[in-house]
Ligand binder design. Sequence first.
Ligand SMILES: Cc1cc2nc3c(=O)[nH]c(=O)nc-3n(C[C@H](O)[C@H](O)[C@H](O)COP(=O)(O)O)c2cc1C
Length: 381
Amino acid sequence: MRYETAGESHGRALVAVITGVPAGLPVDLDAIDEDLARRQRGYGRGGRQAIEQDRAVALAGIRGGRALGSPIALTIANRDWENWTDVMSPGAGAGGAEVTAVRPGHADLPGCLKTGATDARDILERASARETAARVAAGGIAKALLRTAGVRVRSLVTRIGAASMAEPIDLGGIDHAAVEASDVRCPDPEVAQRMREAIDAARAAGESLGGVFVVHAEGLVPGLGGYATAAERLDARLAAAISSVPAIKGVEFGDGFALAAVPGSAAHDEILYEEGRGFVRPTNHAGGLEGGMTNGERLVVRAAMKPIPTLMRPLRSVDIRTREPVDASRERSDVCAVPAAAVVAEAEVAFVLADAYCAKFGADCVDDLSAALAAYRERIR
Ligand SMILES: Cc1cc2nc3c(=O)[nH]c(=O)nc-3n(C[C@H](O)[C@H](O)[C@H](O)COP(=O)(O)O)c2cc1C
């Protein structure tokens, strides 16, 4: 499975084209809309979320609630487009709302230098994280495939600024309903309150905040991905997928960087065999990955998001045309988007996993995939 997106932040619409989806896969567009709504929620988001009410419209590739096996095209309208037609229309004469005070921490300056643009709007309209709505829609197709394979991908936020949950976090004991009910995606009410207070303080100071989230997946069979070539390694593909989410600056699997500080006996997960359950591990330091493959334990990926770069108390910058010092431009902006980024990362993880299932068990027909998966489960018991 592959996806590609198109669309500018204030253009008419976003588009996602997803290819390689097995024919017959049940697709629930309401579930995709729910994920789009989850991406829009979160304490600390800016005014844009009040304007947009994202809905995915299927243009191609789905008939009667099932994938046809042909490319799936989904589109999400930008409601704000109505306010931006003079600036963003594809017709001749559109323009204005130029941005020349390029913003530190954004694609503005390297994007202008790379393309020759002297209006950073040509860059930021596409580099904006509005594009991640299309990724979430594409990820919804991946989640539909994972549902048929008995896999569930979830996320939670463990840190916003200095407000953090105590480690280690027992992911098996997480109250998922509490995560979904929390506007910071944190199941601990006391930590969630401190996160909200940190966001309020940042907003009042013209500041922004980043944080840490965990994406985890249950129900995976061992052996997804591969050990034989660099391109097959699932950890590499997951790291690339999550790093592709704007503002993600660190990714770790299982105990990740903490593994560097402990001896081997405390780092690796012993192998046991239980009648009925098969191969099991009493611990999961590896986060469900060994040798570039799933090992059947819970997949645990943690990511760090940097603070939002657009600041209401702007940093120093330089005008791209005059080379004179200026304050960086201020676009309407979130103060903190860690909860939203966690939902986007769920979509990215789901896509990599769904592709791995298709690669191992077949991508033509969902019933063939299910039969191959059942035969594999039987063989490895
Ligand atoms: C869900 C989400 C929402 C974001 N919202 C904003 C925002 O409102 N303002 C902003 O300046 N950056 C926002 N960002 C971060 C920028 O898109 C990102 O930092 C920028 O494109 C530069 O990319 P880089 O941080 O990966 O280098 C958001 C990121 C995500 C994932």
